[in-house]
Design a binder for this molecule. Structure first.
Ligand code: G6P
Length: 624
C-alpha cells in the first residue's frame, strides 16, 4: 500500500528519496512521485508505473537539487493510477507559498472539504482525497507549517500518515499520523521518515513513532545557508491541538541484510527458502522440554484470564485469516477452548456479541491491516481481552493489544506471505499448547508435541529439497487456467492458502475448499486435464481424501497430491506426489503448506510474471 519517504538534512535528497522508494516497492503501488525544495522553489516529479520510471524522469529533467524532500508510492483508492493523481499534491497559500503533501490513508470527509476549498478559489487538478489536504493546509498556512498542519488535521476525518513541506520553510519537514503507519528516523544531522523501517535502516537505527493524532516538526539546517554553519537539528512532537508530547527514541531491530535479496531471484523465494531458519527463530527460547512447557513471556501477565477464557475469537484478513482458521482448530483440539476465526472486515460490521471471558486474537504480519485493527478495537470496546499474533515489532496492532506473541520470523518483503503464515501457525500452536498444558493436557502429551515442534525446521528443510521436482510437475499444468485445492481438517485452511498463493502471483483462477464440499457443486467444473491439488497426508481423514481423489480422477482431473513420506499407495492415484515428513495432525499445516508455496512460486515464474510485484496487490492494506 502507499509508501512515504521524507528527508531533511545535509545530503542531496533526490537520490536518497528514490532509494527509499525502492525499499518500499514491495508494499505494492501503481505510481510514484517526489517533491524537493530547491533554490528555485518546489520541484515536483510524478510518473505512472515503477519507481525506476520516476528515477529516469528525475535524472533526465534535472533541477531536483535540494536537502529537503518528500516522496511517495501510490496505490490507487480515489481516482485511477495516473500522473495527475500521483502524489505529492500541492496547494498554494494566500501569500503564494507552495505546500506539498504525500499521504497514506483516506480522508473520509473530502467531498465537503473540497466544496469549501473550491468556494475559496482553489482549483483542483486530481480526483484524489489527498489534494484536498494539500489545499486545506495551504489555505490555513500563514508562515508556520506545523500550525497549519495541526489546524488542517483538526478538520479531517479518516486515516492518514502524511509528510508535508513548504518552499517557504526550507529546513522543516512536518509529519503526522492517525491510523496509518509512519516512523521517524533520527540520523546524523538529519531526519528521515518512512512508512516502514526498510526505508530507514540504511540511515539510522534510532527511531521515534507517533501515536494517533500526533504531529512531528523536524528541522535540520544552518542559520547561514551559504556557509552551511552552524548546523542545527531539532524536533518537536505535539498533538493536533498543539499540546507537546514526549516520545521515546527506540532502537530498530533490523539489519540491512535481512531486507536484501542475498542471491535469490525473488524475495518470495528467499523467504520460502529461509523458513527453516525463520521458524527456528520463532521457536527460540519458547520451548522448555524439561518442564514440558511453552514459554511465552508476552502472555504471562494475562495467563489467568487466558486459561479461564470461555471463547477465543480470532480475527484477520488474507493469509493471516487462513492461519487464524488453523488457530481455531488448534485451540479447540489442544486447549479445548471454543474458538472461532472471522474475517475482521465482517466481524466489525455485524454488531458482534462479546460475552464475558472472550479473548480476541488479532493475527497480522504487518500489524497495520486496517480491518484487523478496527475489529480488534471493536472487540476491546465490547469488553474482550485483546492479544496480538504479529510480526512487525512495535506496529499499531502490537501496541493496541493487552498482550501478545511476536512471530520473530524477520521482515517479510514478498507481497505473497509465506514465512509469516508458517510463523503465525507456529505461534498459534505454541499458544494452544501453553493453554492446553494449564487446562488439561498431560506433560507427556505436551512434551511429545514440543519434541515434534523442535524438529520443524529440519522437516521444512526436507520439503524444500523437492523444489525442482515441484517445478517440473507444475510446468506440465501451468497452461491451465482453473485449479482446485482440496483438504480436510487441519489441511482445509492449508488448501485455502494454496489457492490464494496461486491466484495472487500467477493470476491463475484457483479455489480452495474442504475436500468433501467439492461434491456439492464444484465437481461440475472438473474436466479433462484440470489440475486438482490435494493435501492428502496420513491422518484421521486419509481414506476419505483418497475417495475424493478417485472422484476427481474419474472425471479426468489431474491430481497433484501433498502426501506423507513413504506413502507408496497414493502414487497409483496421483499424477504427481509432493512428499512431506510424517508429523502429528495438529502440526501438519506447518509442513503441508510448503509445497503449495512452491507450486505458486514456480507457476508464476513459468508464466513469466513479476513474483515480487504482483499486479494490484499491496503488502499491507491500510485502508478498509
Ligand atoms: C494483504 C497482503 C496479504 C496479507 C493480508 C493481511 O492482503 O497482500 O499477504 O495476508 O494483507 O495482512 P497482515 O499484515 O495483516 O497479515
Amino acid at each position: 500500500m502507499c509508501g512515504i519517504v521524507g528527508y531533511v538534512g545535509r545530503k542531496p535528497v533526490a537520490n536518497l528519496l528514490i532509494e527509499g522508494l525502492k525499499r518500499l516497492e514491495y508494499r505494492g503501488y501503481d505510481s510514484a512521485g517526489i517533491a524537493v525544495v530547491t533554490e528555485k522553489g518546489l520541484k515536483v516529479g510524478r510518473s505512472v508505473g515503477r519507481v525506476r520510471v520516476l528515477e529516469e524522469l528525475v535524472q533526465t529533467t534535472g533541477g531536483f537539487e535540494g536537502f529537503l524532500g518528500i516522496a511517495h508510492t501510490r496505490w490507487a483508492t480515489h481516482g485511477s493510477p495516473s500522473e495527475r493523481n500521483a502524489h505529492p499534491h500541492r496547494g498554494t497559500s494566500r501569500k503564494g507559498d507552495t505546500i506539498a503533501v504525500v499521504h497514506n490513508g483516506i480522508i473520509e470527509n473530502y467531498v465537503a472539504l473540497k466544496k469549501y476549498l473550491t468556494d475559496k478559489g482553489h482549483v483542483f487538478e486530481s480526483e484524489t482525497d489527498t489534494e484536498v489536504l494539500a489545499k486545506l493546509i495551504a489555505e490555513l498556512y500563514d508562515g508556520n507549517l506545523e500550525h497549519a498542519v495541526q489546524s488542517a488535521l483538526r478538520e479531517v476525518t479518516g486515516a492518514y500518515a502524511i509528510a508535508v513541506i513548504s518552499d517557504h520553510e526550507p529546513h522543516t519537514l512536518v509529519c503526522a499520523r492517525k491510523g496509518s503507519p509512519l516512523i521517524i528516523g533520527i540520523a546524523e544531522n538529519a531526519y528521515v521518515i518512512a512508512s516502514d523501517p526498510s526505508a530507514i535502516i540504511a540511515h539510522t537505527t534510532q527511531v521515534l513513532t507517533l501515536d494517533d493524532y500526533q504531529v512531528a516538526r523536524l528541522c535540520a539546517g544552518a542559520a547561514d545557508r551559504a556557509s552551511g554553519e552552524p548546523w542545527a537539528v531539532e524536533f518537536r512532537t505535539t498533538t493536533i491541538d498543539n499540546v507537546p508530547v514526549s516520545r521515546d527514541v527506540q532502537e530498530l531491530e533490523l539489519d540491512l541484510q535481512q531486507i536484501e535479496l542475498g542471491g535469490y531471484d525473488h524475495f518470495m523465494l528467499k523467504e520460502i527458502m529461509e523458513q527453516p531458519e525463520s521458524i527456528r527463530n520463532c521457536l527460540r527460547g519458547r520451548i522448555d522440554q524439561r518442564e514440558a512447557k511453552v514459554v511465552l513471556g508476552g502472555l504471562n501477565k494475562l495467563v489467568r484470564d487466558l486459561v479461564r477464557a470461555k471463547r477465543f475469537l480470532l480475527t484477520a484478513q488474507g493469509t493471516a485469516y487462513h492461519a487464524g482458521l488453523i488457530g481455531e482448530y488448534l485451540l479447540q483440539d489442544l486447549a479445548k477452548i471454543p474458538a472461532q476465526c472471522e474475517y475482521a472486515s465482517e466481524f466489525r460490521y455485524r454488531n458482534p456479541i462479546i460475552e464475558d471471558g472472550t479473548v480476541a486474537v488479532a493475527v497480522s504480519q504487518s500489524g497495520e491491516t486496517a480491518d484487523t485493527l478496527a475489529a480488534l478495537r471493536e472487540a476491546k470496546e465490547r469488553g474482550a481481552t485483546a492479544i496480538g499474533v504479529v510480526n512487525v515489532v512495535g506496529s499499531t496492532i502490537a501496541r493496541d493489544t493487552d498482550a501478545g506473541v511476536y512471530l520473530h520470523v524477520g521482515p517479510e518483503i514478498g507481497v505473497a506471505s509465506t514465512k509469516a503464515f508458517v510463523g503465525q501457525v507456529t505461534v498459534l500452536t505454541l499458544i494452544a499448547l501453553y493453554l492446553g498444558k494449564r487446562r488439561f493436557l498431560s506433560d507427556d502429551v505436551v512434551r511429545a508435541y514440543l519434541t515434534e515442534l523442535e524438529k520443524m525446521p529440519e522437516h521444512i528443510r526436507r520439503v524444500l529439497e523437492h523444489s525442482d521436482m515441484i517445478h517440473d510437475s507444475v510446468a506440465r499444468h501451468v497452461h491451465r487456467n482453473n485449479w482446485l485445492f482440496l483438504g480436510r481438517g487441519y489441511n482445509y485452511p492449508v488448501a485455502l492458502e494454496g489457492a490464494l498463493k496461486l491466484k495472487e502471483i500467477s493470476y491463475i483462477h484457483a479455489e480452495g475448499m474442504p475436500a468433501a464440499e467439492m461434491k456439492h457443486g464444484p465437481i461440475a467444473l472438473i474436466d479433462e486435464g484440470m489440475p486438482v491439488v490435494f493435501v492428502a497426508t496420513r491422518g484421521s481423514q486419509y481414506d476419505k481424501v483418497i475417495s475424493n481423489i478417485q472422484e476427481v480422477r474419474a472425471r479426468g482431473g489431474r491430481v497433484l497430491a501433498v502426501a506423507t513420506e513413504g506413502d507408496d499407495h497414493i502414487h497409483q492415484y496421483a499424477d504427481a506426489v509432493f512428499p512431506v515428513p510424517d508429523v502429528p495432525e495438529p502440526l501438519q499445516p506447518i509442513v503441508t503448506v510448503i509445497p503449495l508455496q512452491l507450486v505458486a512460486y514456480h507457476a508464476a515464474v513459468l508464466r513469466g510474471l513479476d513474483v515480487d510485484k504482483p499486479r494490484n496487490l499491496a503488502k499491507s492494506v491500510t485502508v478498509e
